[in-house]
Design a protein around this ligand. Sequence first.
Ligand code: PEP
Ligand code: CO
Length: 454
Amino acid sequence: MSTSRAAWSPTSWRALPAGQQPSWPDEGALESALKQIGSYPPLVFAGEARSLQTALGHVAAGNAFLLQAGDCAESFEEFSADNIREKLRVILQMAVVLTYSMGVPVVKVGRMAGQFAKPRSSPTEKIGDLELPSFRGHIVNNELPTAAARVPDPDRLVQAYHQSASTLNLLRAFTKGGFAALDRVHAWNQEFLASSSEGQRYMQVADEIERAVQFMRACGMDTESNPNLREVDVYTSHEALILGYEEALTRRDSLTGNWYDCSAHMLWIGERTRELDGAHVEFLRGVGNPIGCKIGPSTSADDAISLCEALNPSRIPGRLTLISRMGADQVESKLRPLLRAVTDSGHPVVWACDPMHGNTYTAPSGRKTRHFDAITNEIEGFVRAHRTEGTWPGGIHVELTGENVTECLGGADALSDADLDHRYETVCDPRLNGRQGLELAFRTAELVRSSPAN
Ligand code: PEP
Ligand code: CO
């Protein structure tokens, strides 16, 4: 296996083939943008990344559950306090449902504050008669269908840094400043949700939690100042795709002397860039953050073990999360051999299910969509595979928004193809709306609860 890897440095990835990198038209402008970002403060602190790794270690051991959720691609245009708050609100609601129903801690990680870059299946796309460079996320170019909009612009790297900093600042304020306090659990229910059946179901959970908090208070516990009840940890994550940007935010931790990619707490490698001898694996193997790697249906047992060896040679629990995205029809048959092989190899991993990316298709209207049933079916198959192999279905990785969008079909509102045009707002993949997200949390909790832990 890859024991012969050369010494790592934040720039060692540059000697290897890097997939999915934009063709920046002006190298000088790129270098000066990266230099600028390199001089900016880190967005996260290495100690926070270590805390997340410890929490994920509990997931790897079967004692906690991972909820990783947020936009497919954050947008420079849809950037507002409301947008961030609504997304956080759904994540908190889903986490409450999962924690309450499953009785284990839920590790909350947003696809937020840096999730801008998108890998594409083709470098160009055809719009009408025009052949245009593909949209690669707002950190690179703009989705408008003109040649000018699609030119990669290095100033966008700097703007992505600033938007990440503002988003993270608000997340910290909300999660540490009282918004996330458990005695506000009722207030997280959004208006459009309150009247729905999931909203009602959520209110029952909230009532029970409120009674439990009152009970603790009556027993003399100080629920007002206990940080466990007043604050939550919501970590940030994104796909580490544009390696120049990630390198510019990679800093040596003064406490341990180790390198951390301080653009987010957790970084993941996408399905299209997980080549063992490629630049993305090379870059991420050397940073101390917890790392994710997407694994699609073409992943062999040997591939999975080689990724573990490359990304977590010291076998640290919580260091590596394998995020499977097989598609509902294939998940059980494709995942089981991987679970068995990785378990036999002794590598501790968090197994998470991305039920979104293997179930995307184009509706007759031409909109990219996903059906809620396929999404829940993939989670069901994922849980069943774990039950059969005696491993822990450690978490879910989903694309959602707090807004009442109409991008994914089905769910309790039974959204149909005809509804897609109503509020289709994503700049990339279709996201669950708040109601579908909450429904998914209830469904996931039921599925995992009925599955015996290892
Ligand atoms: C994504 O998470 O948005 C994504 C592109 O996923 P994948 O790499 O699994 O296709
Ligand atoms: Co996506």
